[in-house]
Design a protein around this ligand. Sequence first.
Ligand code: ADP
Ligand code: ZN
Ligand code: ZN
Length: 658
Amino acid sequence: MSKFFYNVAIAVPLRQAFTYHSNQQIIPGTRVAVKFGRTNKLGIVIEVISKTDIKTKPIHMVLDDLPVFSKTELKIFKWAADYYLHPIGEVISSFLPTNLRQTKNTFEAEAKNDSKKILEKNLEFETILNSEQVKAVEFLNKLKGFLPTLLHGVTGSGKTEVYIRCIFEQLLNHKSVLVLAPEIALTPQLESRVRNHFGDLVGIYHSKMTPSARYKAWKKFRSGEIKVIIGTRSAVMMPAPKLGLIIVDEEHDASYKQQEGFKFSARDIAIKRAQITKIPIILGSATPSLRTLKLVEERKFKTVSLTKRVTQKTPPKFSILDINEVKLVSGLAPQAIEAISQTLKQKKQAMIFINRRGFAPQFICSYCDWKAICNSCDSSLVFHHQAARLICHRCDSAFGVPTHCPSCSKAQLSFLGSGTEQLEETLKELFPSTSIHRMDRDSTTKVGSLKKILSEINNSDTGILIGTQMLIKGHDFPNLELVVTVDVDQGITSLNSSAVEEMGQQLIQVAGRAGRSDGNATVLVQSRYVNDQNLLQLKSGNYLNFAKSLMEQRQTTNQPPYTFEASIKASSPKAKTNIEMLTYAKQFIDASKCVIIGPIPAIQSKVRGSYHHHLVIQANSRTSLNNLLLHLSDSLTNDKNRITKKARWSINVDPLEF
Ligand code: ADP
Ligand code: ZN
Ligand code: ZN
């Protein structure tokens, strides 16, 4: 009997595939059951090899009749495993629906449906595109092969309408389309708009769906029954028979990067997928990332712009409010409160953007300086008034609120600073007859609560909205005339190099929520750094000016995107162990080929009882960085020194925070 050899990817923390044999012919991409050590494991055949010198074990069982992934898709997994230095088995497994991660389930393709009827209904679109939109659609629909294109459209310029026409073009050609959104909260509105046009050809995929709903969507996209998937980062590798186009909406959003485990960027994998599949990809944003803008500048990406709001309304004006030497009330300057009052008088809406939930970020004793701190994270506990708890925002531990200081027993405990809850209480006192809506993680935990808040806001013409980042992403508030931003200074003073970029994007996005009704909208930016160069650039409201100036700074200081960066993180119960481990690791990095920074403590240096430290590596080419990391990873994996085993280590390529 003839014997075939296969390399099989298995979800274990080793950066390699394993060779098995079988007397059956198996197509790469097929799931199999194999023995690994003493346990049965799920594997995916990734390649056929002609022979091997090692003694191989047999493949126990071929689980499916059909491969779950195509050869092209396997190539992308291989690239991702190499690029992020992550075990190939874990890479593939992270993109399989849970049902298919077990050996007991069999994958069957669903019957295909006929998309013709649904499409015929659609030959007429209700909205008439404006001339910029028409140009954009023509441009995008002409793209053939791999051509990444930035769709830079200011907020409210009608990007989604453009996406819909591009999707339509693909459907006419019997192709599938993958649409990525950065957050689950943004998928329903995108879905309902796309579904309005293409009905049952549209599906969604994200981690809040039940495993069976996810599996169903996955299967239908794989078989071609569903032609459009709208999903979050876990959807980026959903297999499709004929993928024609990828759309990454809000491409700048940091949520595309997974921060734990397999630390990939769905945006970057999407670009690679488009390249390997030889199809166009549209990156849409009102505030494109510096990385994308650099590639546009280098002419590696194309670009097309929507410069006008659909409604022709003028964008809001920025005004920077100096809060040095100003007594703040729950974080608000008196001038801001006056502006809110004026807005309410005109029966319009005001929004306060504050990136801190809870009542107050610190709880302290004014007598002995005791401060409530999470014992497993070393971070200040946030006082939550409604829950009557002190809560750690890193590990979610909750503690009772003491009435007397645990250190000196005096009853002189008080809170410092302000969060969304406190603002809500203060504004209720100041404006008792006004409806106030708060939107943060605490007010939206219940299913349907987010929808309820949004519809309440949209059904009333006046009122105050208070919210964290959640409030500023993607939502339309037609009657919003004033936005007050409370704490942009966090972005200016942060040690994370991406913080300034993010601050700029947030300010422009938050401004985009306002002034859709008439031309008098204002964004009041409270700051202690009124002469900050980046803040002044933003004042014009022109994101590209801000981005250009920031890119010049990055270039002179040799920061990303002008250098290629990775970090090695060590985690253990003792800071000293991390430092020893990283100092030891440094010898495996060729310092003549890169800049090495550290070991330094992570910005979140202690979380859930573990300390975290980093080494940062910066190299001047992608290949050079990858080679350095490859050598480091192999050296550490094979190293017999006990120190490398004492701290857990991981590599993060293109990290967003340290
Ligand atoms: P963006 O995604 O750029 O913020 P949207 O696509 O959501 O913008 O468009 C903003 C609003 O304008 C939506 O309510 C949309 O239905 C509407 N709209 C878009 N294009 C047109 C058009 N050509 N004519 C009329 N309304 C439009
Ligand atoms: Zn005390
Ligand atoms: Zn904690």
